[in-house]
Design a protein around this ligand. Structure first.
Ligand code: DP6
Length: 359
């Protein structure tokens, strides 16, 4: 499919004057990371993620036919009016207006909340933008009742990508790939696709415990970070490595080889941060406690031979990934040895989820 296929076809334009839609959409954690993009939110390399379950955004989009020229929107976050959230959402609306021209016929009120604390350092753009994209698609579907489910979800992911790249992986499925890759069926740079190959039992119910090392706002936004991959001395090699890692992880997910999983996922996390440290301007998002936790995990693995591994996103928090049958040992390890490195002892127990839901 090309961009043109996502321009809305409206079969019953005046069918709806007002209403509201609510979607609950998950966050996701990338195993092979997206870091570097071209114009129009096209990724430099393919990425793959686990969809989360407990970390989600709940968004209601209320709409009513525009009276006169007003054409506006208001944003409420956790019940409070938030004008400082408006620029990001205005940019999103601008980016999608060609694909959803019907939006200009309505005024909107957006009510949103996250299951995780806003200042937890957990990126909310993936779940936030995917929720909004799905609400917009619900409106579009009510104006075009011939729309198929497959198109609905594909376009939702397409729109979410325009809001925030990683958001296109927060629509449908437990394991999602974004980016055109020869070995991934139907994959595209324009939207995320559910990983449709067999996934080994070892990955069913996989856990992700998020250790909140630093609960502040990020020092460097992902958008700025992505830009620093332009002219980065190692960028080309990094993008090639990511494509190779997609081929590798495809086999790992099939074979259930947890040692190979650990090796690939940890290498991806450290490579992401190595790219930040070797860009210009350079920056470090890990904190001393991030490194303490990583070393503790390596010791724990040596002692127990279990399959606990870590990954990082663009921040200091550590995601602990481990299989269902190791949860007891890992939980005691977290409580006894790792919580001390979390700000205010905060951590979140999550696991692999199934995607967005209309509520
Ligand atoms: C490190 O999706 O937040 O989490 O497209 O500019 O909104 P924008 O960036 P964003 O970048 C996510 C980067 C990452 C890796 C990943 O999720 O793949």
């Amino acid at each position: 499919m090309t961009e043109k296929d996502f321009i809305a076809t409206i079969s019953n334009p005046s069918s709806i004057d007002s209403g509201k839609y609510t979607w609950k959409t998950p966050s996701n954690i990338a195993l092979v990371k997206y870091w570097g993009k071209k114009e129009h939110q096209i990724p430099e390399n393919t990425s793959i993620s686990f969809t989360l379950d407990a970390c989600f955004t709940l968004t209601t989009l209320e709409f009513s036919k525009k009276k006169g020229d007003s054409g506006d929107f208001e944003v409420y976050f956790e019940g409070e009016k938030k004008d400082d959230f408006k620029p990001k959402i205005a940019t999103f609306f601008e980016r999608i207006e060609n694909y959803c021209p019907f939006l200009s016929d309505y005024d909107f009120t957006i009510h949103s909340r996250n299951s995780f604390p806003h200042s937890s350092g957990i990126a909310s753009s993936a779940s936030g933008m995917s929720a909004l994209a799905l609400c917009v698609m619900s409106l579009e579907r009510s104006l075009n009742n011939k729309m198929t489910d497959a198109y609905f979800y594909k376009k939702a992911s397409f729109l979410a990508r325009l809001g925030s790249g990683s958001a296109c992986r927060s629509i449908k499925g437990s394991v999602v790939v974004w980016g055109n890759h020869d070995e991934i069926k139907d994959s595209s740079d324009l939207y995320g696709v559910e990983f449709s190959d067999d996934i080994h039992e070892n990955f069913k119910n996989y856990h992700d415990t998020i250790l909140l090392v630093d609960e502040g706002e990020k020092q460097v936004s992902s958008t700025v970070g992505h830009k620093l991959m332009f002219g980065h001395p190692y960028a080309r090699n990094r993008f090639e490595q990511a494509e190779e890692n997609i081929s590798k992880i495809k086999e790992i997910l099939k074979s259930g080889d947890l040692k190979a999983f650990t090796n690939l996922v940890e290498s991806e996390a450290l490579t992401l941060h190595a790219m930040m440290m070797t860009s210009n301007p350079y920056f470090i998002l890990m904190k001393p406690n991030t490194l303490k936790i990583i070393n503790k995990i390596w010791e724990f693995r040596k002692e127990t031979n279990l399959n606990l591994c870590f990954t990082l996103d663009a921040g200091a928090n550590v995601h602990l990934l481990y299989p269902e049958n190791e949860k007891e040992e890992v939980n005691s390890f977290v409580v006894n040895e790792l919580i001390q490195y979390c700000q205010n002892n905060h951590y979140i127990c999550d696991r692999i989820g199934f995607g967005a839901k209309q509520v």
